[in-house]
Design a binder for this molecule. Structure first.
Ligand code: GLY
Ligand code: MN
Ligand code: MN
Length: 485
């Protein structure tokens, strides 16, 4: 059995912090340093209720423990990342860490320590700031600067996991013996402490496991995804209401409007919003969002609210900016709608994962043949993949904490698997006619349409989590008219 990790408690007698790196606090008098040590109320909280998903995170850790018996498992939250000079990007905890703990604190690390009959979990966190040595007001991570943290005892009550001081972890990991695996890519300091103890291959097995464990969502996760979709629907409504202001400015007005909803109701947007007006709809990852918004054009809006617990929606609607589709826009839109209907109908337990993609692509290929854009029959087009000049991307993907969720899952567990209740995926066919595509009549050029919904596999079929937003062209128009008043 591997030896237990027992970090030392921090040395209370360490030198007082007298100055910050940038020299801002040089010259702190002994009197002031002494003065700042005391006169602070004890704010320790007791009797805290566990977080809502505590029972679920415990189940997830138990499943992980059963998969890797006898091995120490290290799962970091990640660190702050510099944006420029001394400013940082807003922090988003690693999916693996948040999934297993429900915590989102930067620099946190979950360690599963092997013991007889399983593992003991410990969460390593930055504790409350020491007031005796000046840390709380002289250090950049001091609570005076960044706000009050949970004490280790408080974190333990909230998360249901024993908590220790993370500053002791690197040395404890270096000193420990026995088999260890870590999730890489989030915390360079932790990886450095493990460098001669882990192998890329074994760490990858841990990453793959944690990706595949998330293929089937538990009840908490399904509720979060529904929340994300409902907030997202409200964000789309917000956008429709300000399309005139976007016309007077740019696509940025749309991005900012949706972001407001995401920040107020959730944590953030789950990915960079694609606010693509006119021909920008044909650029799949259009996130510059600095273009003009013009009456008569379409707006392809692909955006998703990420909830406070880090589950994201991924929804696309392609809207007529002035509220009414032109004939050619409607023809293309209705074809994509038909393809999406066929795709959604193929989402059910026992179906092959690839079925919904095949069903949607078949409809699109048939339309392209019918419109004379490619020589048929549709079977030939599909066999040669000729429709892909205009369909461009796959018809969907798993959805969850990551927008492209479970990305490290093995082919046999994901694209070659059959659907099971609790899986959640997007169905998002599209047709894109580039502005410079000389192979299609001029009236098609510069039109891009995608319709994307978030579909939960249920016991007897599926449930569209994003059906608060209309999809059929006439229903979209009526919905927009209602919102614009
Ligand atoms: N928004 C990324 C995607 O639809 O997959
Ligand atoms: Mn999307
Ligand atoms: Mn998607």
């Amino acid at each position: 059995m591997a030896e237990e990790l027992t970090p030392e408690t921090p040395d209370e007698a360490e030198e007082p912090i007298k100055q910050r790196k940038n020299g801002l606090y040089q010259g702190v008098s002994d009197e002031l340093a002494e003065n700042m040590k005391s006169g602070w109320a004890d704010t320790e909280l007791t009797g805290l209720a566990p977080i809502a998903q505590a029972a679920h995170t415990a189940d997830r850790r138990a499943a992980l423990s059963a998969r890797f018996p006898g091995e120490r498992l290290v799962i970091p939250a990640g660190n702050l990342k510099t944006r420029s000079n001394d400013t940082e990007y807003s922090f988003r905890a690693s999916t693996e860490y948040a999934y297993l703990t429900g915590d989102q604190t930067h620099d946190g690390v979950l360690v599963l320590e092997p013991v007889k009959n399983g593992h003991e979990a410990t969460i390593y966190l930055l504790p409350r700031s020491n007031r005796e040595n000046g840390e709380f007001w002289l250090d950049g991570m001091g609570e005076l600067w960044v706000g009050r943290r949970n004490s280790l005892a408080e974190a333990e009550q909230l998360l249901g996991i024993p908590a220790k001081d993370v500053r002791e972890l690197p040395q404890a990991l270096k000193d420990a013996t026995g088999s260890v695996r870590a999730v890489r890519g989030h915390d360079a300091g932790i990886e450095a402490a493990l460098t001669d103890k882990v192998t890329a291959e074994r760490d990858e097995e841990l990453r793959v496991y944690l990706s595949e464990a998330r293929l089937i969502k538990d009840a908490f996760e399904v509720a979060e995804l529904q929340k994300a979709c409902d907030s997202t629907a409200r964000g789309f409504e917000d956008v429709v209401k300000v399309l005139d202001k976007a016309e007077a400015t740019s696509e940025r007005y749309i991005e900012g409007t949706f972001f407001l909803r995401a920040r107020v109701e959730g944590n953030d947007v789950g990915y960079g919003s694609i606010c693509a007006a006119g021909p920008h709809a044909c650029t799949l990852h259009w996130v510059r969002n600095d273009g003009a918004v013009r009456s008569g054009d379409l707006l392809l809006l692909d955006a998703g609210v990420e909830t406070t617990e880090l589950y994201t929606a991924d929804v696309t609607r392609t809207l007529p900016i002035n509220g009414r589709y032109t004939d050619i826009q409607r023809k293309i839109y209705d074809a994509v709608y038909e393809a999406q209907e066929a795709g959604i109908a193929a989402v059910k337990p026992g179906a092959a994962y690839r079925d919904f993609h095949d069903a949607a692509q078949r409809v699109l290929a048939e339309k392209l043949v019918e419109w004379g854009l490619v020589e048929g029959p549709a079977e030939r087009v599909l066999e040669l993949g000729l429709q892909r000049r205009w369909t461009l991307h796959g018809t969907g993907h798993m959805l969850g904490m990551d927008v492209h969720d479970c990305a490290a899952a093995r082919t046999e567990a994901y694209v070659d698997t059959t659907l099971e209740p609790g899986m959640c995926l997007t169905v998002e066919p599209g047709l894109y006619f580039q502005a410079d595509d000389l192979t299609v009549p001029e009236e098609y050029r510069g039109i891009g349409v995608r319709i994307e919904d978030d579909i939960l596999v249920t016991e007897d079929g599926n449930r569209n989590l994003s059906d608060a937003l209309p999809r059929r062209s006439d229903e979209v128009e009526a919905w927009m008219a209602g919102l614009k008043g």
